[in-house]
Ligand binder design. Structure first.
Ligand SMILES: [Zn+2]
Length: 377
């Protein structure tokens, strides 16, 4: 397996602000932990310095107006103009270097696609990507530029058939919306139900329209969904649909805000469930562009994506966090002593309720989408 890790130290130049839940510094923490485990020195892997996306690449998806406003807003244009496009105090703040940050996060995702399509890597990982909420002409949910959509459009322009799999706790609404009417991309999102969490969409009956009917798949889950139920739902839905769809490339959004200790969400995954999902994705053996995503507890982000990168490279890691990393990580907010979580105990009633809801959703999907031919058996 040949892998590529796309990253730059320049990410650390940017910050949404100290009060914002999405801290770009979590990327540096992840990179340092990966490095401390020696996972960038493997013979199978290469380190690729991030390049900026071009304006033309942004325009593959975003409107000219929005791109212009984003650029101007980043240079201190009047806030009133930006407000119309979802920019300003709150979820999508205007911060110094916002434009350059967006170009870097997006450029790295396109690089991942290039490496995979050109046969330079079987798996490419951009931990800065996965900003799945941004819309064509509007910032949304901490996302300004939708790098998954741009990456998928780039792959489509090279004649590839693409499967998008999104395991972030939030529904991948921006990506679903972009491909809702086409059968050239299948989008599958497992997430906490929109009844409880932003963006309030991603219900099982949202299935696509026109040519795209049956190619948007949603698995909304209840709060307290644990590793076991999550893995069950994943296994029931994703491998059969992917086998049937036969993509040339798979683009995944690997948000880690599904973890029990994430401050913004209510699912109850641990490293055990997350790593099993990553193993399952790897075992699909499809050229793979892996993107980051949400995750608002720093320790979870660094540990989970380090574990993911190890699995992509077929390496087993010691549970003890390397000493030099601990010294560096503590001041940046890393508190965990071990790489993996301990088993979690969840109140039986809540666990059961989440399981029953997952079974209801999976049965619904099997009765509708699976039986119409876009899926098997
Ligand atoms: Zn999220």
């Amino acid at each position: 397996m040949r892998t590529a890790f796309i990253y730059t130290d320049r990410y650390a130049d940017y910050d949404y602000g100290p009060a914002h839940p999405l801290r770009i510094i979590r990327l540096k923490l992840t990179y340092e932990l990966i490095k401390a485990y020696g996972l960038l020195d493997l013979p199978s892997t290469r380190f690729v310095e991030t390049r900026k996306a071009t304006e033309e690449e942004l325009l593959l998806f975003h409107s000219r107006d929005y791109v212009d406003v984003l650029k101007r807003a980043s240079q201190g244009s009047p806030a009133g103009e930006a407000f119309v496009y979802g920019l300003g105090p709150g979820d999508n703040p205007l911060f110094d270097g916002l434009w350059k940050w967006s170009l870097l996060a997006t450029g790295a995702s396109i690089q991942g696609a290039q490496l995979v399509v050109e046969g330079e890597a079987d798996i490419a990982f951009n931990i800065a990507g996965g900003l799945h909420h941004a819309l064509r002409d509007r910032a949304s949910g901490f996302c300004y530029v939708n790098d998954p959509v741009i990456t998928i459009l780039w792959l489509l322009s090279r004649g590839k058939r693409v499967a998008y799999i999104d395991i972030d706790a939030h529904h991948g609404d921006g990506v679903q919306r972009a491909f809702y009417g086409t059968d050239r991309v299948i989008t599958i999102s497992l997430h906490e139900s929109g009844n409880f969490l932003f963006p309030g969409s991603g219900f099982e009956y949202e299935m696509g329209e026109g040519d795209g009917k049956g190619y948007s798949i949603n698995v909304p889950l209840y709060p307290f969904t644990d590793d076991e139920t999550y893995l069950w739902a994943f296994e029931e839905v994703i491998p059969p649909l992917i086998r049937e769809f036969k993509p040339d490339v798979m683009v995944t959004q690997l948000g880690v805000d599904t973890f029990y200790s994430d401050p913004l969400t209510h699912l109850c995954l641990t490293t055990r469930g997350f790593t099993k999902v990553i193993e399952r994705l790897r075992d699909l053996s499809i050229p793979w562009v892996a993107l980051g995503g949400g995750g608002y507890e720093f320790g979870n982000v660094a540990r989970a994506w380090t574990l993911a990168w190890a699995i992509m490279n077929g390496v087993e890691l010691e549970d003890e966090i390397p000493g030099p990393f601990e010294e560096m990580g503590r001041p940046l907010g890393f508190r965990e002593d071990t790489l993996r979580d301990l088993p979690l105990s969840i109140p039986q009633g809540r666990r059961q309720e989440a399981r029953m809801e997952a079974e209801r959703v999976v049965n619904y999907l099997k009765k509708t989408i699976f039986s119409k031919g876009q899926g098997c058996p």
